[in-house]
Design a protein around this ligand. Structure first.
Ligand code: SF4
Length: 254
């Protein structure tokens, strides 16, 4: 189910207006995670329901109008904030709205639109080659299977998980820096590697909650359970979180 681009833009602006954008870091760049005690399995639905804050059908903050524009946005979002990506995709996709026109635009043409984001040179090259493969081998459609997605330039497991979750409704878990941190800090899914956290989340979260949980965890990590200072005093999930250093009741003195 796709949403109107204007509505998405409004939602994105509302959500991001209260938070300072920070450059995404790879989970692998984080210091060794300090795992908390394992959250009880029975507490997981309660914790997730609490941090969902009534948002039953959360969606990505990336602005997109169709599968191809989502794939482009996700490829561009590596090591870059969604806000920065949302600034460059309108002009890029106006110039090249489909794989054939993106391939014709070429790496240099793509680069002219995305120079404000990180790793723009390699991303421009990846997008040009990705678009050509979609046009020549997939009839300009975004493939719905993991193997075909991960065979595309610039598309790894995390990007494939986002596309499978957001476009094709699969219960996947794309582990970014926020989810990696929360999996360990809250006791929800401790693991030393991104894949270990992903596998633990898929195994422990009830299947009917897995798809929205991806977004709940990202939003919670972005706005409440922040990397440097988790705001435990205003966290709806504090009752079930096992983080030893949480301070759930007292806001910081101003
Ligand atoms: S209580 Fe603190 S550490 Fe636990 S999920 Fe909430 S903000 Fe994060």
């Amino acid at each position: 189910m796709l949403r109107d681009a204007g509505a998405l833009r409004e939602i994105a602006l509302l959500r991001t207006s209260t938070a300072m954008p920070t450059r995404k870091r790879s989970p692998r760049a984080d210091p060794k995670p300090r795992s908390s005690p394992l959250m009880k399995r029975a507490d997981i639905p309660l914790f997730l329901t609490a941090i969902a804050q009534g948002n039953a059908a959360p969606r990505t903050e990336l602005i997109y109008t169709d599968p191809f524009s989502l794939l482009v946005a996700v490829v561009l979002s590596a090591q870059t904030t969604d806000r920065a990506v949302n600034k460059v995709t309108p002009t890029l996709l106006a110039a090249a709205p489909d794989p054939a026109s993106m391939a014709a635009l070429g790496a240099d043409g793509i680069a002219r639109h995305i120079r404000s984001i990180g790793l723009w040179q390699s991303k421009a090259g990846n997008l040009a080659r990705l678009a050509r493969i979609l046009a020549e081998q997939h009839r300009s459609a975004v493939p719905s299977d993991r193997a075909s997605l991960e065979a595309l330039p610039g598309v790894g497991r995390k990007t494939a998980n986002v596309v499978l979750n957001e476009i094709f409704g699969e219960a996947t878990m794309a582990v970014d820096t926020h989810i990696f941190r929360l999996g360990n800090r809250t006791g929800l899914a401790p693991g030393k590697t991104v894949r270990a956290v992903e596998d633990a989340l898929v195994a422990r979260i009830p299947p009917d909650m897995l798809r929205p949980a991806h977004h709940w965890l990202i939003l919670h990590g972005r706005y409440i359970c922040k990397a440097r200072k988790p705001e435990c005093w205003r966290c709806a999930g504090a009752t079930w979180c096992t983080y030893r250093e949480k301070a759930p009741t007292d806001p910081p003195a101003s």
